[in-house]
Design a protein around this ligand. Structure first.
Ligand code: SF4
Length: 532
């Protein structure tokens, strides 16, 4: 393992690493714009230039391989003079509009300006003005702010493989642009906003919504498909304002799909169910959550008394956290020891979507066709709970072969899908408790309707298609009138404590008991020259 000395500090580097990567891994704060650990290294921004003893000129630390015994200076007078010159050059035409820029507070240009910038500009001529452009479905380009790091261009070539962005012109006329008639509409397009180190690429949905220093972050998991993409929910004042990727080398690396990025919009759906309801004399009436829950429990208890064990079913949705599915399964089995359990519908779009580097053909990202986050986790719960079970097709009458279905007189159905899901399903006749987030035929016909919380409003875990169990944390409270399912199920079980996902995972035992919420720090890979 090569050892290098940077600014007097000895660092253990990996064989094949660049100097900047070794410094990043060692927690040293060398300035950098164009370098990104997930993409090729163009060494174009020049701010990471360092002095290496024995080499007469400054070298880009991002593109200089480590060598055992190397002595590097990033704070020598020559290196600092370069950092200041690069900053002065980048700011010559920059509009300095930080007060109205979304990136303010997380802008590399702003941060390095404090470190290496001049307090006054020596530039007296008119600044070059470049047009703002609508480059795609989700992304705006403020070209004035661009520092030509080419991260966005490399992303579309090397990760999305769609190559919509390119550099137009040369010198001070250089601009990022889209090819004519080819907008930035690929399904990973929002990643360029995260990648842009300044405020040149902006998310239309987030534009002027919040100052980033007001946002708090909660680690979470994507609810839109079975991929289990790791994300941060950025929230403030009870609302989620944006979703960013959370680095996980085994799942999504640095990227997320646009479906994941905009999943928070579902939380604000004006159609969301917020008022508990129950049937009274054949008509639905609004009621309190406590009264609805009491009616639900009493209805199921009466059914079992009148018809014996095996008269109740429960539909566990693949939108539920595993802990919730486990608690509901146990709660219903406590009312009816022979209750029939079923996994709710698992919608798919046919095939996974694969993204490849347009130059090497290497796969870079995959969007799963299965459009629910936790079918695998709920199947694990069903296996744990055992006893009578049915498929959703058997339960809703589109497939036969299960004698237990004929005896069913009522059940508890959980939805939670982001769009209408139940209109074509015919659940067994009888008493129905429905827990859902959106209105529909099923909610309308429920004897008791309990509005449900969404994933960002509660703790839990999802198991992705590959069997990786990943916990997520609540960012915001559920809307007024809605209770977290975990609390409801504990109440059904006669337990007085509040729901705590980690405690429930402990009760579930096995693999679930060891699952902890963790956030990985992105390391710098040892870079292969062959990939350049
Ligand atoms: S738009 Fe942003 S990411 Fe793209 S080259 Fe300019 S500064 Fe870099």
């Amino acid at each position: 393992m090569p050892k290098i000395t940077v600014d007097g500090k000895v660092i253990d580097a990996k064989q094949g690493q660049m100097v900047l990567q070794a410094c990043n891994d060692a927690g040293m704060n060398l300035p950098q714009y164009c370098y990104h650990p997930g993409m090729s290294i163009p060494a174009s921004c020049r701010i990471c230039l360092v002095e290496v003893e024995g080499i007469p000129k400054l070298v880009p630390s991002c593109q200089t391989p480590v060598r055992d015994g190397m002595v590097v200076h990033s704070n020598s007078s020559k290196a600092i003079a370069n950092q200041k010159q690069v900053m002065e050059y980048l700011l010559i035409n920059h509009p300095l509009d930080c007060p109205v820029c979304d990136q303010a507070g997380e802008c590399y240009l702003q941060d390095y300006s404090y470190q290496f910038g001049r307090s006054q500009s020596r530039f007296e001529e008119d600044k070059a003005k470049k047009p703002k452009k609508d480059v795609g479905l989700h992304v705006l380009l403020y070209n004035d702010r661009c520092i030509m790091c080419t991260r966005c261009v490399r992303f579309t070539r090397e990760i999305a493989g769609t190559s919509e962005l390119y550099v137009d012109g040369r010198g001070h006329r250089e601009e990022i642009d889209i090819f004519p008639g080819k907008p930035l509409n690929n399904k990973l397009s929002g990643n360029v906003v995260d990648l842009c180190p300044v405020g040149a690429l902006l998310d239309k949905e987030f534009l002027f919504k919040q100052r980033v220093w007001l946002l708090k972050e909660a680690p979470s998991i994507s609810p839109v498909d079975a991929g289990g993409e790791n994300i941060f929910l950025d929230y403030n004042e009870g609302q989620v304002w944006r979703i960013r990727p959370r680095y996980n080398p085994a799942v999504n690396t640095w990227w997320i799909s646009d479906d994941t990025r905009y999943a928070y919009k579902a939380l604000r759906d004006p159609q969301r169910l917020k008022a508990p309801r129950k049937m009274q004399y054949g008509a639905p009436i609004d009621t309190t959550y406590a009264s609805a829950l009491e009616t639900a429990k009493a209805g199921l208890v009466d059914l079992v008394k009148a018809n014996g064990p095996g008269s109740v079913y429960v539909v566990l949705s693949p939108m539920m956290a595993s802990e919730e599915a486990y608690l509901l399964g146990r709660a219903i089995r406590a009312l009816d020891a022979q209750a029939v359990l079923a996994l709710g519908p698992v919608p798919t779009t046919g095939k996974n979507e694969i993204f490849k580097n347009s130059m090497t053909g290497k796969q870079t990202f995959e969007i799963q066709a299965e459009k629910v986050p936790n079918a695998k986790g709920v199947r694990r719960v069903l296996e744990m709970l055992g006893g009578p079970q049915a498929s959703i097709e058997q339960l809703t009458g589109s497939a036969g072969g299960n004698d237990a279905i004929g005896k069913l007189k009522g059940g508890w159905i959980v939805g939670g899908y982001f769009s209408s899901w139940s209109s074509n399903l015919n659940f067994p006749r009888g008493f129905k408790v429905v827990q859902d987030v959106l209105p529909g035929k099923l909610a309308d016909s429920a004897d008791v309707l309990l509005p449900a919380a969404m994933w960002a409003e509660k703790d839990g875990s999802f198991e992705n298609y590959a069997g990786k169990i990943q916990p997520f944390a609540a960012a915001v409270p559920p809307p007024e009138g809605v209770r977290r399912e975990g609390d409801t199920y504990l109440n059904l079980l006669g337990r007085r404590e509040l729901y705590h996902a980690e405690t429930i995972r402990g009760e579930m035992g096995g693999e679930m008991a060891n699952v902890k919420l963790e956030t990985a720090v992105a390391p710098s890979p040892a870079f292969e020259f062959a990939e350049l």
